[in-house]
Ligand binder design. Sequence first.
Ligand SMILES: NC(=O)CCC(=O)C(=O)O
Length: 260
Amino acid sequence: MKISIIQMNIVKGNPDENFRTVESKIREAALSGPDVILLPEMWNTSYALEEILEIGDSNGKRTKDLISSLAKEFKVNIVAGSVAAIRCKKAYNRLMVFNREGEKIAEYDKIHLFGLMDEDKYITPGKKVCLFELDGIKCGAMICYDLRFPELARELTLKGSQVIFVPAQWPEPRIHHWKTLMTARAIENQVFMVAANRVGVEDQNAFVGGSMAVDPLGQVLAELTGDEGIVEAHIDFSVLEKAREAIPVLQDRRPDVYKL
Ligand SMILES: NC(=O)CCC(=O)C(=O)O
């Protein structure tokens, strides 16, 4: 499975410009014929939370229309990062997944809201984990701050995920947590972790990218530094099988002693 990770700047409160950027980045990423394209978190509005009900994507329609048509045009799966989506006057940090036919096959509302960026004041949390299949491969997804909760990655793994996608807006001061947690989640669950972080400056936050793919042994397969860019990760699922055969941590768990 070839996964193209898009690392881009996002303009706060300017959906028109962000939709244009996303379309051109997807067109660029599609040129090399990937199986999956991954986008970052909240790419339509970014954290313009005070006006989110006015500028968020009503029922996610604009996102669906654009991403579905690009997925169909290029016959590529798209894990469309997340957008601010509005439904019944409530805002959600919502991830959507489209298959090669342009059908929306999964939707996920961020479960753990990040208080340091005021998400908890404006966004309604999700209540369900996200599992789906791309080309017969079992996948899971989470959004940014969710990465700090090992229970979620473990749940996605126990439900069969081999790859976990993570769109993010994770700022610079804690970027060492990002890399450490991405690697830890990959090693402890023996899964592929694939993440798209943003770049740019927004309010007090600087974003330095660090989008990456990590294999079940903790090896970084692909990585971007601090600029906009697209990187391709080649996923070989035999690495997952071998890692699980060599050290069967999932079998050696003791849920009789601890809960998860
Ligand atoms: N957008 C987010 O969820 C940010 C999470 C973050 O920065 C963290 O340190 O966790």
